[in-house]
Ligand binder design. Structure first.
Ligand SMILES: [Ca+2]
Ligand SMILES: [Ca+2]
Ligand SMILES: [Ca+2]
Length: 488
């Protein structure tokens, strides 16, 4: 049965791809990503997790950049810091493809790994292999799909690529802008403000600048709620990730204990083997397909957080204070709300802190279990490991309805590739929908559910309902389908 489902799914993907895009030989439904990273120790942790999810995207570039914290010669991990991670990926790749044949070949990942602008903070004068690769990908008109360009460090290499396009291919600017989606972990240098925003701002590029990443950065132990913190402790990290999961997970730089960690505030209650930091991971976690449809709008919310529009097409973290004024310029260590809170206000007003980081912490247990499953994929056979449920909704996922209408939702057809028993939970994503009230969902733990569109819902209001499905495998895995009902 397991194999039937696997091959059924595989052929379905091939068939759908062929039917929808017969001119292409690519698997079309993957999200395209380029990552740029400054090689900080927590980028190294993020790199392990990123590579475990390499099957989820068309990875178009892995580029080393600088930042206000790191550049060549200054707290620098080395121009080739990624090499050991790609080497370890090469070693676990034969096992990873037992779980998904679409993991990219190691040689391919090496071929798109380049050194970008790294000589100093914010350097964007020189054409580098990294900046030029980004130029080439963005100008390639054989693939017009959007591309999520992520800054795990400074935005300078991205800025240099855009400057090259502006200067040498001015007639392609609009074409390139139309493909671009930005996800920055802070503005870790000044180049977004000094170059990208003034020169490319008018093209309305969707730009997420994230501060809520602090939930999974160095201060996770202050921010994670009590019921989720165990997933970041040695007792969980060591057996699930650090030990007996192959050479890639062995590279994961967990907290070593003592004061040997540059840039890390050693605290007595952190133990050897504890999670250290993955401040940049939200940039790619946001693009993992989970059924939450987070790529459709930054305010939908998903594993990588939830963001609100503060100007033009720029999305920042939702600050839980009335009359808060976002800074006009950079959103970074000196201005971002979460950083300021952790520095100046913590441990006071923790209800505000909990609200601010909830868009990430709410998923933290699920996210860690998913990570553990991927770690298993490095060493276990298909039958020994767990794989996430596939959630299907029979009624469609974009519905329209009038106030007073009865909505029935049916998730029959949802299945687990391992044949695990599934449990269901239907809930309203109140933060994400524009309807201000609450709907009464019936049979919240059945495969089918129903509710009435409230009488006070206005034309144009949206109601977001999540069908959340958990398997009973080890570790337990969760997937979703978001259904959006628009009131007519
Ligand atoms: Ca970084
Ligand atoms: Ca499963
Ligand atoms: Ca709402």
């Amino acid at each position: 049965m397991k194999y039937h489902l696997k091959y059924f799914l595989f052929f379905n993907v091939i068939l759908n791809t062929y039917l929808l895009f017969p001119q292409s030989n690519k698997i079309i439904d993957k999200t395209r990503v380029i990552i740029t990273s400054d090689g900080e120790i927590d980028d190294e942790c993020s790199m392990v997790r990123f590579l475990l999810y390499a099957n989820e995207w068309d990875i178009e570039g892995i580029i080393t950049s600088s930042s206000q914290y790191h550049w060549q010669g200054h707290k620098w991990a080395g121009d080739d810091w990624i090499d050991p991670y790609l080497k370890a990926y090469t070693e676990v790749y034969p096992n990873l493809i037992k779980h998904d044949k679409t993991y990219p070949a190691p040689a391919y990942l090496k071929s798109i790994n380049f050194l970008g602008n790294v000589e100093s903070e914010g350097e964007m004068e020189k054409v580098t292999a990294g900046s030029q690769h980004i130029v080439n990908v963005l100008l390639d008109e054989s693939d017009n799909r959007p591309i999520w360009v992520q800054a795990w460090g400074g935005t300078n290499t991205i800025a240099k690529a855009l400057k090259t396009i502006e200067e040498e291919y001015p007639n392609k600017i609009a074409y390139v802008a139309n493909k671009l989606r930005f996800f920055f972990i802070w503005e870790q240098d000044n180049t977004y403000q000094t170059y990208i925003r003034p020169h490319w701002g008018k093209y309305n590029i969707q730009t997420i600048i994230c501060d809520q990443f602090w939930a999974v950065a160095y201060q996770w132990d202050k921010i994670m709620p009590e019921n989720k913190i165990s997933y970041f402790k040695n007792d969980w990290m060591t057996p699930n990730i650090l030990e007996n999961h192959g050479p890639l997970c062995s590279l994961y730089e967990a907290y070593k204990g003592g004061d040997d960690n540059e840039g890390f505030r050693a605290e007595n209650h952190k133990k050897k083997g504890d999670f250290r930091s993955e401040g940049d991971s939200p940039a790619f976690i946001y693009t993992i397909p989970t059924g939450l449809r987070s790529l459709e709008s930054p305010d939908y919310g998903g594993w990588g957080g939830r963001y609100v529009k503060v100007r033009e097409n720029t999305w920042l973290d939702q600050v839980p204070e009335d009359n808060y004024t976002y800074p006009e310029g950079r959103w970074y260590t000196s201005t971002a709300w979460g950083r300021q809170y952790m520095k100046n206000i913590y441990p006071k007003n923790q209800d505000l802190m909990n609200t601010y980081f909830k868009p990430i912490t709410r998923w933290a247990d699920v996210l860690q279990n998913d990570f553990a499953a991927r770690a298993d994929w490095c060493v276990k056979s298909y039958d020994e490991a767990n794989h996430a449920p596939i959630v299907k909704i029979k009624n469609g996922i974009d519905l329209t309805a009038k106030p007073g209408d009865k909505i029935k939702l049916n998730s029959k057809g949802t299945y687990d590739p391992d044949g695990n028993k599934l449990s269901y939970s239907w809930w309203q994503f109140k933060e994400a929908d524009s309807y201000s009230g609450e709907i009464q969902i019936l049979n919240t733990n059945d495969q089918t559910t129903k509710f009435v569109v409230p009488k006070d819902a206005k034309k144009g209001d949206t109601i977001h309902v999540i069908c959340e499905v958990k398997d009973d495998g080890t570790p337990q895995l969760t997937r979703y389908q978001r259904i959006i009902i628009t009131v007519k």
